[in-house]
Design a binder for this molecule. Structure first.
Ligand code: PGA
Length: 241
């Protein structure tokens, strides 16, 4: 089971102190086999990696530039640079970046570049509320997956995060039945072995009780609730109790 913290634009050096609680919790809970990954802003990748050095917690980034080489791209970093400071993963295709203009083609280039750099990819897909109301969910998921993973034969480095746009940061999660349908639709898109498929969108210590019963979900991508170590630990605890 994966628990991936997406800190978005949150956190400074002081925030990292709160990670001690999570490290302690992890040491005391070795029997449960779960994988913890933190995706902080780029400013914290290096200090966080150092702090987590003797733990199994891994670090990822939240986006990267599609170009494998250095170049005149003010304000950007590529996957190679992220790897160099300690990232092992990168979130790509997040709806907050799609809303700012990232399209499937660009996301595909970013994924290819990240694979070349040796990163694993947390590839986000999900429909908007309008698309859901128009019963376009499967169509949108198919398009995002087909185009986003175009010409990528080896999918072993890909984890998919199903994040309905209308669930992110709203407190609303899909009905279990709908969620099962979308996750199995995503898995059915892969002829060989399906990548792991996570759910993301307003996951918290209350709704995890319902979410954990959907056995086809391989883990969670958690935004807001991951920024508070206590809330994050509570989610993990409730998954196993
Ligand atoms: P949320 O964010 O948990 O705050 O809804 C999830 C995400 O955007 O990855």
């Amino acid at each position: 089971m994966y628990f991936i913290a997406n800190w978005k634009m949150f956190g400074d050096l002081k925030t990292l102190n709160s990670l001690d609680k999570v490290i302690k919790f992890l040491k005391a809970n070795k029997k449960n086999k779960f994988k913890l990954i933190y995706c902080p802003p780029n400013t914290l990748i290096r200090p966080l990696s150092k702090r987590l050095k003797n733990t199994n917690i891994e670090v990822g980034a939240q986006n990267s530039h599609e170009n494998e080489n250095s170049g005149p791209y003010t304000g950007h970093v590529n996957s190679k640079m992220l790897k160099n400071v300690g990232a092992k993963y990168v979130i790509l295709g997040h709806s907050e970046n799609r809303q700012e203009g990232e399209n499937d083609k660009l996301i595909n280039l970013k994924i290819k570049s990240a694979i070349k750099a040796g990163l694993k990819i947390i590839f986000c897909v999900g429909e908007t509320l309008k698309e859901k109301r128009n019963r376009k969910t499967n169509q949108v998921l198919a398009r995002q997956i087909n185009n986003g993973l175009k010409l990528i034969n080896n999918k072993s480095k890909i984890i998919i995060a199903y994040e309905p746009v209308w669930s992110i940061g709203t407190g609303v999660i899909p009905k279990s039945e709908d969620l099962k349908k979308s996750i199995s639709f995503i898995k059915s898109k892969f002829r060989k072995k399906s990548p792991k498929v996570l759910y993301g969108g307003s996951v918290n210590a209350n709704n995890i009780i319902e979410l954990k019963n959907i056995s086809m979900i391989d883990g969670f991508l958690i935004g807001g609730a991951s920024q508070d170590s206590k809330k994050f630990i509570d989610i993990i605890k409730k998954t196993y109790n």
